[in-house]
Design a protein around this ligand. Sequence first.
Ligand code: BYC
Length: 319
Amino acid sequence: MSLNIEQLEKEFQDKIDRGENIEPKDWMPEKYRKTHIRQISQHAHSEIIGMLPEGNWITRAPSLRRKVALLAKVQDEAGHGLYLYSAAETLGISRDELFDQLLTGKAKYSSIFNYPTLSWADIGAIGWLVDGAAIINQVMLTRTSYGPYARAMVRICKEESFHQRQGYEIMLTLSNGTEAQKQMAQDSLNRWWWPSLMMFGPPDEVSTHTEQSMKWKIKRKTNDELRQQFVDITVPQAEILGLTVPDPDLKWNEERAHYDFGEINWDEFWQVIKGYGPCNKERMTTRRKSWDEGEWVRDAAVAHAEKKAARRAELKKAV
Ligand code: BYC
């Protein structure tokens, strides 16, 4: 029996090493399945919780054009959540279980959404920095080894690049505006810069899952590699905006051909993911309230589906 498992595991690893995708009906080690359920569901929850800080600004967008774009972005995020929940379901977990894990606090969602959106510029900063960071992580995930997740990522990345551009355009408009608008953009960059760097997860030497996830090609780059890539791409964008990245240690390193950057406050990161960030309570309270208030919609949808199925069965009997 144990030999059999070893053989299966070897074949599984060989398949991954050959660059082939794993599909839902293929044999997979239990830990591979669990790791994917954890990561895909955490990703789905991030999309759904990520709608809250931005949704907060839909009614206050400064023009009809901005409102339409923000509405579309937030709707896209709901769609991303749905693709991802569907991808997780292919691994044998139900949607109800996934929601339950979010609502009971058992499953995590991205640390970034536990920070408040205090000004309109924060909508620009989220698009530019948060979606920018998400794209870097997700372009890598289009080549992740689990087929349904990789395919969901292709579509999601296309939409994310529109999100990133709408955010950068808001920042560009504010930076070229009045002194007060430029100040608003700077203040927003000051507050969102470091939490955006934290999105990539803990440093490689303390990351629990990276080593195994790299072997299984769930991840193709480590947390620190992706974080460096984000800094290298984003700093020149801040320069075009005429804004200052809030890091006195940020400096181009000619030898490494990368930017060196300052120490991230990892205590803050761990506090936020343990539930003690500025908005954790608010986010979960809002999510639970909307789940409770949506009960009648779910009940009505189920009743409608049952009625339709019964009618179909009767028609079948009649012919
Ligand atoms: N926040 O071993 P590690 C978006 C946890 S949103 C919270 O390195 P891994 C968007 C980690 O789960 C972007 N928790 O983990 C939506 C683990 O704890 P558990 C969402 C974090 O999985 C709306 C522990 O720390 N993207 O796109 O190898 C608007 C140790 O970490 C975080 C995804 O979810 C964090 N930042 O690597 C705009 C992408 N970082 O689970 C944008 C998919 C780490 O053992 N996920 N932890 O209790 C990934 O690529 C990986 O899961 C991560 C972490 C790189 C995030």
